[in-house]
Design a protein around this ligand. Structure first.
Ligand code: AMP
Length: 429
């Protein structure tokens, strides 16, 4: 199957050719024709499968084709809702790339930065708006944006959206959309609550699915280095002695952990940066750009901050800790080995994390190769009482951080326009 056979317009074909896309990925082959025929789509696809193009291309093409009908367009015609700022920015970049030779203009709106630049961009009447839920609702409440003319609605990473507590925001947004519209719904996993939400949004959707979250790309080699907590930094430094590891994404479960890794690595003269929820949008974007442009060798990220970030040709992912949620593992290692490139993921496993590995292996249906032969192997020595306490403290802290963050996000979502929104907003606080 070629892009031409998908009956794409020449202006889009040209940009895809320039991007070096030779043929559509499976999710694109399935989703694009259905979407171009105006059907709703329920897409089971994680990042790395080419899902952004699977929804962006049909949206752009349909807007171009209907441009006469929408000649007097004042309000946006397409709305893409996605859980994180990083994803929103990336989707915005994709729209710019695929729509480069079309008159379709898009803008990105997300929280954590002042809204002025975003409201000004909205005044330029983009046809496509890519948004995170909180800021979108703020701007709606302040009447900087109207959804009355939306013809195409995309909900991206629906499962993560629910995990992050956005369900009520999503439901509010959906109520503001015209009933007559096309909706494209993407989620890496399809548990019951996601299917239920999809039924509230979609009309007779075409269901398309590729690589469910339980499967890891065949192009990724996975290795597990067993060690002890106190030896992890040394082990990481040992791994980084390999000069091939010139661009490595390191995952840490906690923000504090990420900062500590960065501090320790810098002490060892390794250039690195961190992205996590306590960093400003500007700091995160700067670190991400420096990493993409190879000005820093390592990027240390927490799971939510790294969600969906797309680093072209990334080869190495290191899990400084083994995630206790197996699906998180699949998401993490999916950052490398994309679009057919080779990838290597290395997980540093301390004794307390051995059980998580078993869960992960169950989910992905394969054993992860264990490397024992290295200078910092796991000893069977159980944790000392103090280490156990610290482990528990860390666990409790993680829980508190998660809820505190969620509450903070909700409160922030309400502060800008609280006065205007009044009582209606109380559910989001
Ligand atoms: P996504 O799943 O949307 O995050 O896309 C993952 C990566 O695949 C991005 O770097 C895209 O630029 C790239 N990509 C998407 N579609 C194609 C394609 N048909 N051929 C080659 N690369 C692609």
């Amino acid at each position: 199957m070629t892009f031409k056979e998908l009956e794409l317009i020449p202006s889009i074909l040209q940009s895809l050719q320039e991007e070096g896309y030779e043929r559509p990925t499976p999710i694109q082959t399935q989703a694009i024709p259905a979407a171009l025929h105006g059907r709703d789509v329920l897409g089971g696809a994680q990042t790395g499968t080419g899902k952004t193009a699977a929804f962006a291309i049909p949206v752009i093409q349909q807007i171009v084709k209907n441009s006469e009908r929408n000649a007097d367009q004042k309000n946006p015609l397409a709305l893409i809702v996605t859980p994180t700022r990083e994803l929103a920015i990336q989707i915005g970049e994709s729209f710019n790339i695929y729509g480069k030779y079309t008159p379709v203009k898009s803008t990105v709106i997300f929280g954590g930065v002042k809204q002025n630049a975003q409201t000004q961009a909205l005044r330029r009447r983009p046809q496509v708006v890519i948004a995170t839920p909180g800021r979108l609702l703020d701007l709606l409440d302040q009447e900087f944006i109207r959804l009355t003319d939306i013809q195409y609605f995309v909900l991206d990473e629906a499962d993560r959206m629910l995990d992050m507590g956005f369900i009520n925001d999503i439901k509010r947004i959906i109520k503001l959309l015209p009933r007559k519209r096309q909706s494209l719904f993407f989620s890496a996993t399809m548990p019951k609550k996601i299917l239920k939400l999809s039924q509230e949004i979609l009309y007779k959707p075409k269901r398309v699915e590729v690589t469910p979250v339980s499967s890891t790309a065949e192009t990724i080699t996975q290795k597990l280095y067993t060690t002890n907590r106190k030896l992890k930094l040394k082990l990481l430094l040992y791994l980084l002695e390999d000069p091939d590891m010139d661009q490595v994404l390191v995952f840490s479960r906690t923000k504090r952990g990420a900062d500590r890794i960065v501090k320790d690595l810098r002490k060892n003269k390794i250039e690195c940066g961190a992205i996590h929820g306590d960093k400003s949008q500007h700091q995160r974007q700067r670190a991400l750009n420096e990493f993409k442009e190879s000005r820093i060798r390592l990027l240390v990220a927490t799971d939510i901050a790294a969600r969906g970030i797309d680093i072209d040709k990334l080869k190495y992912v290191i899990n400084y800790d083994v995630p206790n949620e197996s699906e998180t593992y699949v998401h993490r290692i999916g950052r490398c080995g994309r679009a057919g490139e080779e990838g290597l993921s290395i997980s540093l496993c301390e004794p307390e994390e051995n059980a998580y590995v078993l869960d992960i292996e169950k989910l992905i249906g394969q054993k992860i190769e264990v490397v024992h032969d290295h200078p910092f192997p796991q000893t069977d020595k159980p944790m000392t009482a103090e280490e156990k306490k610290e482990f528990e403290r860390e666990k409790q802290k993680r829980k508190r951080e998660f809820f505190a963050n969620r509450n903070k996000k909700r409160q922030q979502g309400g502060t800008n326009s609280g006065r205007k929104r009044g009582k209606k907003n109380s559910s989001r606080r």
